[in-house]
Design a protein around this ligand. Structure first.
Ligand code: GTP
Ligand code: MG
Length: 198
């Protein structure tokens, strides 16, 4: 899929304030600093569409971007990062949950996890919750430019084994780097495929 247009629509805290749910939408979620906003910029090839930062907790609202006048990307605040205050984390958590449970046009959630880290309890719990609520999701392993091929393979098998402790079937998985743009085409293909189902 070619990206012909990508525009910021608005920031909201609650579903009632979001753009009308008339087009398919994809939510990017994951721990603060995992690279959600950066991936949105890489996907759309717009360096400053979503605001990024080396300091966790940069994205504080749910930001909607309209792509090709026909589908939405939603950039969400991060969950569960120790350097973000407990109060702030609670606020983000509530915002994320309301979004996930109520956003009608949400087609798929992309759960981003840092490919360098071993499975994080918070991410696993989050995925369990999505499973219980029957919200479709895919896992995106981010920042793969930081790893050698064999390191990525090792981390992936550790992750898969961990998931097999609770999941019978694994969700779709993708591997991306916002720096090298690895995985960009695959992710766009996936979105394009799901767009047809709307
Ligand atoms: P919050 O908004 O705080 O939840 O974080 P976020 O998940 O949106 O992360 P963000 O995109 O702001 O990126 C966090 C940091 O990771 C920034 O310093 C980015 O430059 C860096 N980063 C993001 N993606 C990549 C990547 O693919 N490779 C490398 N090397 N660095 C990345
Ligand atoms: Mg962000």
């Amino acid at each position: 899929m070619q990206i012909t247009s990508a525009t910021f629509v608005k920031s909201s805290q609650v579903v009632a304030d979001m753009p009308p749910p008339k087009m398919p939408e994809y939510g990017f979620v994951g721990r603060s600093n995992v690279g959600k906003s950066s991936l949105i910029n890489a996907l759309t090839q717009r360096k400053k569409l979503a605001k990024t930062s080396g300091t966790p907790g940069k994205t504080q609202l749910i930001n909607h971007f309209l792509i090709n006048e026909s589908w939405y990307l939603a950039d969400l605040p991060g969950y569960g990062y120790a350097r973000v205050s407990k109060t702030q984390r609670k606020v983000f958590q509530k915002m994320i949950q309301e979004y996930l449970f109520k956003r009608e046009n949400l087609m798929n959630v992309f759960v981003l996890v840092d490919s360098r880290l071993e499975p994080q309890e918070g991410d696993l719990e989050f995925m369990e919750m999505l499973g219980i609520k029957r919200i479709p999701f895919s896992i995106i392993f981010t920042k793969i430019d930081k790893l050698k091929k064999d390191e990525l393979e090792t981390n992936l098998s550790v992750y898969e084994n961990k998931l097999f402790e609770t999941w019978e079937e694994l969700p779709p998985m993708m591997f991306t780097s916002s720096t090298s743009k690895a995985g960009r085409e695959e992710l766009l293909d996936k979105i394009s495929e799901i767009n047809e189902l709307f």
